[in-house]
Design a binder for this molecule. Structure first.
Ligand code: SAH
Ligand code: MG
Length: 800
């Protein structure tokens, strides 16, 4: 039996995809194949079954007899019954197996038939190594032998289509089905068996959709969807997008996805296909190994691949019909980034189809267009037609269970905060270390299901859970709360329920959970503690290599100019969380008015919080040495004109321009020197030539992408958000041209390292000085939004 089980599994790996989904089609193909096997197998006429023609050889019989002398054991395994009617609930059942009988007979009995030969067996479900299969028996098994195998596949079987089981199996399943993990594995005479729980069932179910695969790889209930972007390998947690796409295609019986890399810097090739390399990657890349993706770019030519890589993805059905294709419009410096981001885009779109039931084809198309995906709806719908039936079932399941739909509308009451969070309680000493976009945070958490009546069921906890902030790796409410916490602090709060399947995939005890869920209004209760924040790589490098840290040196450089110039007013373009504004309150300056402008509302909120508490604090604080009369924070882009940003004594723009596209940076240069016209303007930006030193000696570098090491000459940018990093010559050209056109003088300098030693300063700085005494008058125009405003009177008010 063991041998035949395994052999049959092997045979079934090569079934013609045309008939794959139809059990009758498969059977007829196997029967006709068996006829050609010169008499060793004999098709039986009344059943769709095969029989050995000759008896077993004596040595085989002998070995079986020997086996009988060993102890007969019997055991129970838990399996799952999936009724064909979606109105009946899925339940666990117990199979009594023993080494004296054939397990298929036991399953046959549970399905209500007398013989194992009437049971049809699906392929394995889930992971490649799994033994989980579906067992079912279509009521009518008469087959017209005269039909050609390919004609047979539309013959309607009796019994109703089991939608849920068909969805799992990737083939049509009729009548009730049993899901069990049992069978003889390759080269083993022992029966492998394992219990299946409802939790396993729900995990298999959500594993069919992209966000479910990602979620399971992270094992966290608040990882609701896929992240929006892939930044770096070192910050990504969970399965990589490319792996998820492979899993998805396997789960849905599609051909393996095809990735294709274009390198536009090699684009001069005359061969039309020369710049596009098809990557023959059959196994998902294992962590740590040299990526085959990189290997495809070819060893020798990798020198100087500062690269502009674009990745194309194609998805084909098993019959090789093109279902969809995607070509990224964006170019990436690294091949891995191009591949992972392309896979992610495709997954995001596929996920839309699975997470929104009854999504209209217009919406699918418009979303595809937005993402740059082209899909062929005829083939797409052919492959995924059963999935839409399951969507309906998901909805109906929710209505069958009393009150389950209600929870969506619950808690629309007064204590509801932003993002569906309520009853927020925060505790612990503030440490001043806050997470922000791009940082890697580590939290510990516990999540429970709570009913309105106060019943509570533990769902999940995790001592250390890491993720990158700002890319949508977790549901928005978690990020929203974390930005309010500093390391060491905790928060306890309620939140709305995620989709039912996600809860059941997490719950150990499904019956209790389901009964809680049906007992009335439920919600989640999370307790999270912020354990660690790892700053973006750029910050870590700057802190590790420079003392004082480079960011501090930039601030001190600006402060020195502020003091020397006796400026009364100062504006910080791209102030971020206000580190410069913060520090200058600690020193005596002549400043009376300070302004910050940025486009990041999160950063501005943090800046406001900090400035507010510093400016309002008691007079004995060292703040007393400053003469600040007013402070304003604006939300708006510094490339747009706003008359309120004009006429300052000094303007600063530290490490901002490289976060914009080069054209935007030039636009800012023109606007600031022609319209805002500060008397002095200080602009800093990384010196690309210095990266060689940063990246050779940064201790944290090891944990970065191992593939990187192979791209010998190309130094990566210091921060994934940088759109460019300039050499000294590039910066000098840019700034000199600007100063000439707008009647300013310019001087170059920097911080970190030395100006007269190669490769120059770590951060390069240009100081512009206006030559004209009085700038021209400007027209009133407001586009910035005032985020926060303070004037001296406020301090006396708060002192009272
Ligand atoms: N100057 C700060 C922050 C540097 S990070 C410091 O030295 O600490 C770069 C900042 O530029 C970010 O806060 C980002 O939101 C901001 N930024 C990028 N493009 C911008 C634009 N067009 N207008 C205003 N701010 C911008
Ligand atoms: Mg920067």
């Amino acid at each position: 039996m063991a041998m035949y089980d395994a052999k049959l599994t092997n045979l079934c790996k090569h079934i013609n995809p045309e008939v794959e989904s139809n059990p009758l089609g498969i059977t007829s193909i196997i029967l006709s194949a068996a006829e050609k096997l010169s008499g060793s197998l004999l098709p039986l006429e009344d059943h769709l079954s095969l029989k050995r023609q000759s008896p077993h050889p004596p040595d085989v019989l002998q070995s079986v007899e020997n086996c009988e002398s060993t102890l007969l054991e019997s055991f129970e395994i838990q399996a799952i019954r999936i009724p064909s009617s979606v109105n009946e609930t899925i339940e666990t059942l117990v199979l009594n197996l023993s080494s004296a009988s054939y397990y298929l007979d036991v399953i046959a009995e549970a399905l209500g038939v007398t013989e194992a030969s009437r049971v049809q067996v699906s392929r394995t479900i889930g992971k490649a190594s799994s033994e989980i299969r579906l067992y079912f028996c279509p009521k009518q098994q008469l087959l017209d032998q005269s039909l050609e195998p390919l004609e047979v596949h539309r013959v309607q079987l009796q019994g109703s289509l089991n939608v849920r089981a068909s969805y799992f199996a990737g083939q049509e399943v009729y009548g009730d089905a049993i899901l069990a993990s049992v069978g003889y594995v390759w080269k083993s005479a022992n029966l492998f068996h394992e219990d299946l729980s409802m939790r396993t069932y729900y995990r298999l179910l959500i594993n069919k959709i992209p966000s479910g695969v990602y979620k399971l790889s992270r094992e966290a209930i608040f990882v609701a969807e896929l992240p929006m972007a892939f930044t770096t390998r070192s910050n990504w947690r969970g399965f990589f997008p490319r792996e998820i796409l492979y899993t998805f295609c396997r789960q849905h019986r599609l051909a393996e996805p095809v990735f294709c890399i274009r390198n536009s810097s090699l684009g001069t090739s005359t061969d039309p296909h020369g710049t596009c390399k098809k990557l023959k990657v059959t196994e998902p890349i294992e962590e740590g190994k040299k990526s085959p993706v990189l290997a495809a770019a070819g060893g020798g030519e990798s020198d100087g691949l500062t690269g502009d890589f674009q990745c194309e993805v194609k998805i084909f059905s098993k019959c090789q019909d093109l279902i969809l294709q995607f070509l990224s419009t964006k170019a990436y410096k690294k091949q891995t980034d191009a591949v992972q981001n392309a896979a992610l885009k495709v997954l995001l779109w596929l996920n839309l189809f699975f997470s929104e039931s009854n999504i209209s084809s217009e919406k699918l198309s418009s979303n595809a267009k937005e993402l740059g995906i082209q899909f062929y709806s005829e083939y797409f719908l052919k492959e995924f037609n059963i999935c839409s039936l399951v969507h309906d079932f998901w909805m109906s399941f929710a209505t069958v269970e009393d009150g389950l739909l209600d929870h969506k509308h619950m808690k629309a009451n007064d204590d509801m905060l932003e993002n569906g969070v309520f009853s927020l309680n925060m505790g612990g000493q503030a440490s001043g270390v806050n997470p922000s976009s791009g940082s890697l945070v580590c939290i510990g958490y516990t999540s429970c299901l709570v009913t309105e009546g106060g019943m509570k069921e533990h769902l999940e906890s995790n001592e250390e859970f890491e993720f990158e902030m700002g890319i949508g790796a977790v549901v928005p409410y978690i990020e929203g709360i974390l930005t309010q916490l500093s390391v060491g602090q905790s928060a306890c709060f309620g939140a709305e329920l995620p989709p039912l399947e996600f809860i059941l995939a997490a719950a150990d005890d499904s019956p209790t959970t389901i009964s809680l869920l049906s007992s009335g209004k439920c919600s989640l209760e999370h307790t999270i503690t912020l354990l660690r924040v790892t700053e973006p790589l750029e910050d870590r490098m700057e802190q590790a290599l420079f003392s004082p840290p480079l960011s501090k040196q930039r601030v001190e450089y600006a402060l020195q100019h502020i003091q020397e110039s006796h400026a009364l007013s100062m504006i910080d373009f791209g102030c971020g969380s206000g580190s410069l504004l913060d520090s200058l309150l600690d020193y005596p300056t002549s400043l009376e008015k300070i302004v910050g402008v940025d486009i990041s509302q999160k950063s501005l909120a943090r800046a406001a919080k900090m400035l507010h508490s510093k400016l309002n604090s008691k007079l004995d604080y060292k703040v007393s040495s400053n003469r600040i009369k007013s402070a304003v924070l604006y939300d708006g882009s510094i490339t747009n004109f706003d008359s309120r940003l004009c006429g300052f004594d000094i303007g600063t723009c530290l490490e901002v321009i490289e976060h914009m596209e080069e054209q935007e940076a030039s636009l800012f240069g023109d606007v600031v020197l022609s319209s805002f016209c500060p008397r002095i303007l200080i602009i800093s930006t990384p010196n690309y030539e210095y990266n060689v030193i940063l990246q050779k000696s940064a201790p944290q570098n090891q944990e970065e992408d191992p593939d990187e090491k192979n791209q010998s000459q190309a130094y990566k940018f210091r921060n994934h958000d940088h759109k460019f990093e300039w050499t000294r010559a590039q910066f000098c050209d840019w700034a000199t041209d600007l100063s000439r056109r707008h009647n300013y003088s310019v001087e170059f300098s920097g911080v970190g390292g030395a100006g007269d030693v190669e490769p120059g300063f770590a951060s390069q700085i240009a100081v512009f000085r206006r030559k004209e005494e009085n700038p021209k008058s400007v027209e009133m125009a407001h586009h910035c939004k005032v985020i926060w405003e303070w004037s001296e009177g406020d301090r006396s008010k708060s002192a009272l």
